[in-house]
Structures are given as structure tokens and as C-alpha cells.
Design a protein around this ligand. Structure first.
Ligand code: GDP
Ligand code: IMO
Ligand code: MG
Length: 449
């Protein structure tokens, strides 16, 4: 794969630090794991599985719009702001500067984890530069959605867009602001938001939101706030390795996703650089994760969406209901045009395929290999997929085998191997991991280079 290719050509070995024959030091011990579709690919599960290989696990963007599910020892956990490396002992977990944090939801998450025997205080560090989601950001999110009427985005309602808007317009409040004269800054921000809410004729009751928010602030203050860019770079210098955990997915990226039906952050690999302060040359492996089919929640285009009983079968078999909102996820066939685009944007070195077990009973499986746009077939992802994009499908025989108990690649049925080869040929990248169920154990790692 591209990564191993580069190293072979350079005659170098990786991790933790290596010296090229040209004589300069190069750090390549940051790996990134991110979603290639519209989110909910299974990032949380795989970050948890890969964490033993790393020293630090860091979230770099998004906020509690994420819901990352992990299952082990018969228990299920859903993480929203806390990185998914938290359940593997002895690892440092960091909420990076690119993340937006809601203290009220953070407190609920911390308390849930504590109640289930996973206290966090000494294992989670928070960037001073992470932006705070204020109670009024959530109200503004709701007001913006209401104002959009039929063209609403279908946001998670967590205040993500307004918080990033304030960050970019240089009006945001950061975790580090809690350390100095916070009340005045908070009041000024709330006053500004309330003016907008009044202009929008949006009625609301701020007091109960503020109460839980300030309780959340007290919880947040029990954690250590750090200059995470320094911390991470010092760790890298000391030879430590870092796994960056993406939230959402490439098709929800604010620049490259199905705009305007996207989230408000850069969900792509470059987001790990800006969201943690790691240099682009530090990035080694980029793990691109996708479902063997495709889902999306909220509004917006979805070329391969199925409205028939096959779509319902995917939803039922895959339990495709939002892990945070419970909203039914829209389901469809895998979209290789969008995946190729996502692989290109992220420089994916290895693919991770999730939830193939969901299609165990299918006679045939379809994969979208091209789009027909205004009658013209193309394999390139177009500027706008909002209208007039028709998928062109290839059919592949199903494997008709219960994959959930498969323990190794040797047990894969022939048809399943054919599906993997077909995808690797179409996408030009190897599939490193195949997931055959939600549990940590239901994970097959096909190679280790
Ligand atoms: P994330 O946001 O990318 O972390 O993904 P979510 O947690 O929102 O959604 C993935 C869902 O699929 C969760 O309910 C997982 O427990 C579940 N899951 C993950 N991998 C597999 C798999 O291989 N098979 C099945 N059947 N479920 C899986
Ligand atoms: P994880 O990390 C799936 C979607 C919302 C909406 C759009 C914008 O669990 O994969 P926002 O609240 O971010 O302003 O909503 O993005 N969305 C997600 N969809 N998984 C997620 O996160 C998502 N986070 C946001 O449904 O369409
Ligand atoms: Mg999710």
C-alpha cells in the first residue's frame, strides 16, 4: 500500500522514530482513523480495538454530535466527546483543540462512565483551545433549523454549527477561558446570542439550560486542561505513538462533503493536523473506515439510498438507529464513487470494512461503481450530488453464511473473498480489517504491516 511503498522506497522502518538513509529524522508515528461515508461507520469500535498499539488516543474535531459505540464483555458504551481509547488501560486520551465541548453533556458522559466502573479524571486531558458549546449555541442551532423550514439540515441539535461559527468569526469561548475572568466573557457572548435569538423571534427558556451547563463546568474543572499541541508533540519527540479518532465522516466534511448538508468541521485527515497541532509529515497510516453498505442520518443527498424492503432489511439487520438521537438511519448500497473520492481526499493507506454480517442473508449485493449525471456516466464525484445523480450498479453474489462467528480470514466463504477482492480492485487500497459484529472480539485483522 502507499504507506509501505513509501517506506520500502526510502529503505526505512517506521515507529517510533526512524532515520532515513538521507540522514534526516522523520516522525511518522501519528495514525488517523476516520469515516469515509456519512458517519456511524463504526469508528468507536475500531479505535478501541487498535488502542493497545498506541500511547495516546486523541479526538480532533466534532463534538457531542458524535455517538461512538463500543461493545465488550457483554456491555455497550456510547461515547460522544470522550475518545474511544478510554477503555484500554494505561493510555492517555486527549480532547483536542479542534473539538467543541458541551460541559453539560460532558458531565453526563463522565458520570455514566464512572457509574459503569470507568472513572476518567486521571486518564483524560482536555485542550485549553477546545471551544465551548454554550447553552445559547444549542438554541441557535434549533432556531437556524426552524428558519430553514423544508431545507433544514437535520442537525443533531447539539449547537455544533453555531459554536464553530463563533470560532471562525472569532467570537468563541475556549476551555482555557475558564481560567481567567470567565463570567464577563460568558455574559457578553450570551447577550450577543440573545440579540440574534430575539431577532429570529425564537422563544426559549435559558434558565434550566444554564443550570445544567454550569453544573457541567464544575465537572469539567476537575479535569486537567493542557496545551495539547505541546503535549502531543513532546510525546512524539519521546517516541510515543498517537491514534487520532475522527468523528462524523468524509461525506459530512464542511469542504468536501455533500454541502450544505454537512457538519461544520473538517472531518478529513487534514482535520487531525489542525485539530491537534500535529504536522502533516507526522501522519503515517490513514485508516479509512466504511460499512459494507451505506447509511446516513439527517437530510441531504444519498444517491444509493433504498426505499424498499432491502433498505428496511439493512436497517433491521444492522440496527440502524442513531446511537445518540435514536433517529432511523437511511440505508442504501455501498457507493464506490463516493468512497474513491474519500480515499483520495484523505490519502487512505488501509481500509476497514464494517458490518458485512448485516448482509449475510442477501442473495446478491449491489455496489455503485459509477454515477449517471444528466445522462452521462462518470466515475468522478461531481460538484453537486443534490440533484440528478443516478447510480450505476454492479451485482455481486452474496455469501449466505453467518459471518458473526468467523474467527479468521481462512473461514471466509469464497463469495465473501470475492466481494473483498472486488472492492480492493475498485478502490485501489487493501482492506486491513473486517468487522463481523459489534463486539471487540468480532474483528478480523488481515495483515499487520
Ligand atoms: P461510529 O459513530 O462510527 O463510532 O459508529 P456508531 O457507533 O454510531 O454506529 C455503528 C453501530 O454499528 C454501532 O451500534 C456498533 O455497535 C455497530 N457495529 C460496529 N461494527 C459492527 C459490525 O461489524 N457488525 C454489526 N452488526 N454491528 C457493528
Ligand atoms: P459519528 O461521529 C452521523 C449529521 C447530522 C446532520 C449533519 C449536521 O457518530 O459518526 P450537526 O449536528 O453536526 O450540525 O449535523 O451531520 N451528523 C452525523 N451523522 N454520525 C455522526 O457522528 C454525525 N454527526 C453529525 O445528522 O445530518
Ligand atoms: Mg455514530
Amino acid at each position: 500500500m502507499s504507506n509501505s511503498g513509501i517506506h520500502e522506497a526510502d529503505g526505512c522502518s517506521i515507529r517510533p522514530l526512524f532515520v532515513c538513509h538521507k540522514g534526516f529524522h522523520k516522525q511518522m508515528n501519528v495514525d488517523v482513523l476516520l469515516g469515509l461515508q456519512w458517519g456511524d461507520e463504526g469508528k468507536g469500535k475500531v479505535v478501541d480495538v487498535l488502542t493497545p498499539e498506541y500511547d495516546l488516543v486523541c479526538r480532533f474535531q466534532g463534538g457531542p454530535n458524535a455517538g461512538h459505540t463500543l461493545e465488550f464483555n457483554g456491555q455497550k458504551y456510547v461515547l460522544r466527546s470522550v475518545p474511544s481509547g478510554i477503555f484500554q488501560g494505561g493510555k492517555v486520551n486527549i480532547i483536542g483543540n479542534g473539538v467543541v465541548l458541551d460541559p453539560a453533556l460532558f458531565k453526563a458522559e463522565v458520570e455514566q462512565l464512572k457509574a459503569s466502573g470507568h472513572p476518567l479524571t486521571n486518564r483524560l486531558l482536555i485542550s485549553k483551545k477546545a471551544h465551548l458549546i454554550l447553552p445559547t449555541h444549542r438554541l441557535l442551532d434549533a432556531a437556524n433549523e426552524a428558519a430553514k423550514g423544508n431545507s433544514k439540515i437535520g442537525t443533531t441539535g447539539k449547537g455544533i454549527g453555531p459554536t464553530y461559527t463563533d470560532k471562525i468569526s472569532r467570537n468563541g469561548l475556549r476551555v482555557g477561558d475558564l481560567l481567567d475572568n470567565f463570567d464577563a466573557k460568558y455574559k457578553a457572548a450570551i447577550a450577543r446570542h440573545e440579540t440574534i435569538l430575539h431577532q429570529m423571534n425564537f422563544s426559549y427558556d435559558l434558565a434550566p439550560l444554564e443550570k445544567t451547563w454550569f453544573e457541567g463546568i464544575e465537572c469539567l474543572k476537575e479535569f486537567t486542561f493542557i496545551d495539547s499541541e505541546h503535549y502531543i508533540n513532546q510525546a512524539l519527540k519521546a517516541g510515543k505513538s498517537v491514534l487520532c479518532e475522527g468523528a462524523q465522516g468524509t461525506m459530512l466534511d464542511v469542504d468536501f462533503g455533500s454541502y450544505p448538508f454537512v457538519t461544520s468541521s473538517n472531518t478529513i485527515c487534514a482535520g487531525a493536523c489542525t485539530g491537534l497541532g500535529v504536522a502533516p509529515r507526522s501522519i503515517g497510516n490513514v485508516y479509512g473506515i466504511f460499512k459494507a453498505y451505506c447509511t446516513r442520518v439527517g437530510s441531504g443527498p444519498f444517491p444509493t439510498e433504498l426505499f424498499d424492503e432491502t433498505g428496511q432489511a439493512l436497517r433491521d439487520n444492522g440496527h440502524e438507529y442513531g446511537s445518540v438521537t435514536g433517529r432511523p438511519r437511511r440505508c442504501g448500497w455501498v457507493d464506490l464513487v463516493a468512497l474513491r473520492y474519500a480515499i483520495m481526499i484523505n490519502g487512505v493507506t488501509d481500509l476497514i470494512m464494517m458490518k458485512s454480517d448485516v448482509m449475510d442473508n442477501f442473495d446478491t449485493i449491489k455496489a455503485c461503481v459509477a454515477y449517471r449525471v444528466k445522462g452521462v456516466e462518470t466515475e468522478d464525484f461531481p460538484f453537486d450530488i443534490n440533484e440528478g445523480v443516478e447510480p450505476v450498479y454492479t451485482e455481486i453474489p452474496g455469501w449466505k453464511t453467518d459471518m458473526s462467528h468467523v474467527q479468521s480470514e481462512n473461514e471466509f466463504p469464497e463469495e465473501f473473498n470475492n466481494y473483498l477482492s472486488f472492492l480492493e480492485d475498485e478502490l485501489g487500497v487493501r482492506i486491513k480489517i473486517v468487522s463481523v459484529g459489534p463486539d471487540r472480539e468480532q474483528t478480523i485483522i488481515r495483515y499487520n504491516d
